[in-house]
Design a binder for this molecule. Sequence first.
Ligand code: PMP
Length: 386
Amino acid sequence: MTRPRLMIPGPIEFTDEVMAAMARPTPSHVDPAFIDIFGQALEDLRKVFLAGPDYQPFILAGSGTLAMDSAVANLVETGDRVMVVGTGYFSQRMADIVRRYGGEVTLLDAPPGETITPEQLRGALARDAYELVTITHVDTSTGVLTDVRGLTAVAKDAGALVIVDGVCAAAAEEMRQEDWGVDVYLTASQKAIGVPPGLGLLVISPMAKTRWLGRTHPVGSYYSDWGYWLPIMEAYEARKASYFATPAVNLVMALAVSLRQILDEGMENVFERHVRLSNAVKAGVAAMGLGQVPTDMAHAAHTLTCPRYPEGIDASFLKFVREEGAILAGGLHPAIKGEYFRIGHMGAVSRSDVMTALAAVEAGLRRAGYAVEPGVALAAAQAELA
Ligand code: PMP
């Protein structure tokens, strides 16, 4: 393959089988064969999130931001107090969405690269009563992984519902939605779920549904209103025709293929592969003498790595990396944007992808004038994988 590998934190490289599903003739959204595919995708999404049969999946045409909007529009009413656990740019976005729907936000914000511990959240929640807590599983702008299990336990103890933005984590980082008590886990298609951009995905708990049913005012977004979507999702799962707004038919077909591939690998294997490959990338980055944005590898994501530029190097070196075979991303967090770059390694990523990316970074750094001995990153990564 001569084109460079797309290794940004989404969209990513998709499997041939997924791309083949995208290229199939588009069926009617009420074709019995498509209804069956949609129903299967809903069932499989629940399994990927490790949620039980009484959890409700939604597959919506839109991006990850639509999934966030859908969760907040349906669960937040004017005056609700919402604690936003802040670990970067996308937590800020969640806070903005909550405010837009009338929620009163308390932002428990960590400096870039740091996380919020369950103890910190417990302290913050003790000061007031909160209806909701939002958590970003992996903030793509910092590469920080939160302790969703611990944070959720604390939030539930305090009587709050929990929304987790899993856009840069779902189907890669460990997530046991039902065991951990997460009320809404949401993501987008273009990351570890492994489907081109265009789907927002959510699975909600029975408690979230109960809260939504108890709303006193109509949902402030027409398109996001679960009142329209719930009957559609129930119909597809019952293998019945139904219509509210046209689903993204080919994307749903591709999703069904990708979810099957993920489940065939097995969730425990998927989680383990992401840890293993991430450790290899991080070992390679350290071997080149580069720091990372997360201040402790114990809270570093396994879906992406955020290396800091060495002295004298900036985002312009990424064009060399691209010529050497890998498309990587620059920084995103406004406070540190110019200080780091991002390597995505999620979804159907393999050890050869990881080696390609590290080799391209090594070569790119040398071309940009930073002395790095050929092969050091690759050797460190291989040692990690051995
Ligand atoms: N949350 C996180 C953690 C993300 O990484 C992203 C996308 N990078 C989003 C939300 C927004 O998703 P989208 O760009 O698909 O709207």
